[in-house]
Design a protein around this ligand. Structure first.
Ligand SMILES: *[C@@H]1O[C@H](CO)[C@@H](O)[C@H](O)[C@H]1NC(C)=O
Ligand SMILES: *[C@@H]1O[C@H](CO)[C@@H](O)[C@H](O)[C@H]1NC(C)=O
Ligand SMILES: *[C@@H]1O[C@H](CO)[C@@H](O)[C@H](O)[C@H]1NC(C)=O
Ligand SMILES: *[C@@H]1O[C@H](CO)[C@@H](O)[C@H](O)[C@H]1NC(C)=O
Ligand SMILES: *[C@@H]1O[C@H](CO)[C@@H](O)[C@H](O)[C@H]1NC(C)=O
Length: 370
């Protein structure tokens, strides 16, 4: 069985989405009937728990190689299509070259044939090659930029298999780069400074060097939805947070973080979404949704439902958001070292609606700094 080599089993991926009426919970907004030949799509990588590989966009560098971060003189995530089983980017065709590296060239001859869409996951479809997952291996001279190989990898023991979630359409509605994402798409910002959030947004740069000066953000490793309309169902772990209030109906998202050693006394939660990632959907009265964050008495898990949601301890932040996105930072009580903590995001006012994909590069969603 070749599917998902390097220990990345279909089961592992699906277990992120396991239990209950997941398909309806995970993918309500960008429901698609499938991706057709020649239809553009963007790719988000899935590799639970691996900061360098999970929730990244793909970038096709000047060399034609494919990276999981802005690198090799390219800072805009790539749009692909599949044509007769061949993967196409800007009229170039995917080949597997030296060491099994995925590389785009203008030659159709000898290009790899065998790209196809597999299971439907979280609003998209898994993109496979020969019914196998692709593999990410670190670029030699950096430890944190990964590039893409066939399932055989390049022999480096740090290679990991990943799921390629293909989402129809282009990830960016504008031509702005990951690095120019910061200020313009931040119409609302309250509470403390949003400097850290902006630093995080500017962390990726075209030469692959990080310009991040603040503490490294910690991304949630669990995202779960609770729903008043299905109070006893759990969502399992999903990729696209959904938060809304429609009359008496509430859907909340609970973000769970594994906290490393905490040495600082300054801890913050950052929420940032903009139009540089996968499509966001925000609405509310006059187009502005109002949202509120709570800390919870215990972490959520795959059994968490509306009915058994851990108790809210306190409101820890409030922000407004529009369809352009928003940036918000709030100081929080530092969690304990090595603890698992959960925070809940809820709509404050009727008609407030928020849905997006949690991504690492470009940064989209909720992050914790400690
Ligand atoms: C919440 O549950 C209702 C009823 O099952 C369903 O129609 C709705 O799509 C759910 N919301 C989300 C975000 O899954
Ligand atoms: C991929 O799987 C499908 C369905 O099981 C099968 O028909 C097809 O031949 C497989 N393709 C390759 C290249 O193994
Ligand atoms: C991103 O790439 C574009 C086009 O190459 C370039 O003009 C722009 O300066 C780059 N931005 C950064 C921050 O590297
Ligand atoms: C929750 O937030 C309140 C208000 O900021 C704070 O006093 C409390 O210590 C926090 N508890 C936890 C467990 O984070
Ligand atoms: C959000 O917008 C509403 C309506 O304009 C305003 O009353 C409220 O103060 C704003 N909240 C924040 C946190 O900016």
């Amino acid at each position: 069985m070749k599917l998902f080599s390097f220990g990345y089993s279909t089961y592992a991926l699906l277990s992120l989405l396991a239990c209950g009426p997941i398909s309806s919970l995970a993918a309500p907004l960008f429901k698609r009937s499938g991706i057709q030949d020649n239809q553009p799509f963007s790719v988000m990588t899935l590799r639970s728990g691996d900061l360098y590989v999970h929730f990244h966009s793909l970038y096709v560098g000047e060399s034609g190689n494919v990276y999981l971060d802005p690198y090799d003189h390219v800072n805009k995530s790539a749009v692909f299509s599949v044509s007769n089983g061949r993967l196409v980017h800007n009229n170039d065709y995917a080949h597997f070259g030296d060491n099994n590296a995925l590389v785009f060239t203008s030659k159709e001859d000898g290009s790899a044939q065998g790209f196809s869409f597999g299971e439907e996951v979280a609003g998209g479809y898994l993109l496979n090659y020969d019914n196998d997952s692709l593999v990410a291996c670190p670029v030699k001279d950096t430890s944190y930029v990964y590039s893409v190989y066939s399932a055989k990898g390049n022999g480096d023991s740090k290679c990991v298999g990943f799921g390629s979630l293909a989402l129809a359409g282009s990830p960016s509605s504008s031509s702005s780069s990951a690095s120019s994402a910061s200020a313009t798409a931040a119409p609302t910002s309250s509470g403390s400074s949003n400097a850290n959030a902006q630093e995080m947004v500017t962390a990726g740069s075209a030469d692959g060097k990080s310009s991040n000066k603040g503490p490294a953000p910690i991304f949630p490793n669990g995202i779960r939805l609770t729903n008043t309309s299905s109070p006893d169902s759990n969502s399992g772990n999903v990729y696209s947070p959904v938060v809304y209030q429609k009359g008496n109906d509430h859907v909340n998202t609970i973000f769970t973080f594994d906290v490393p050693q905490v040495t600082d006394k300054d801890c913050q939660l950052h929420f940032h979404i903009d139009k540089n990632g996968f499509p966001i959907h925000v609405d509310g009265s006059n187009g502005v949704g109002e949202f509120v964050l709570y800390n919870l008495s215990s972490p959520a898990n795959d059994g968490t439902t509306w009915a058994n949601t851990p108790n809210r301890i306190a409101e820890i932040g409030r922000f407004n958001c529009s369809s352009d996105g928003c940036s918000y930072t709030t100081d929080i009580t530092c969690p304990g070292s090595y603890k698992t903590v959960s925070y809940e995001l809820s709509a404050l006012t009727d008609k407030s609606y928020l849905e997006y994909f949690e991504e690492i590069n470009p940064v989209e969603g909720l992050q914790l700094t400690v």
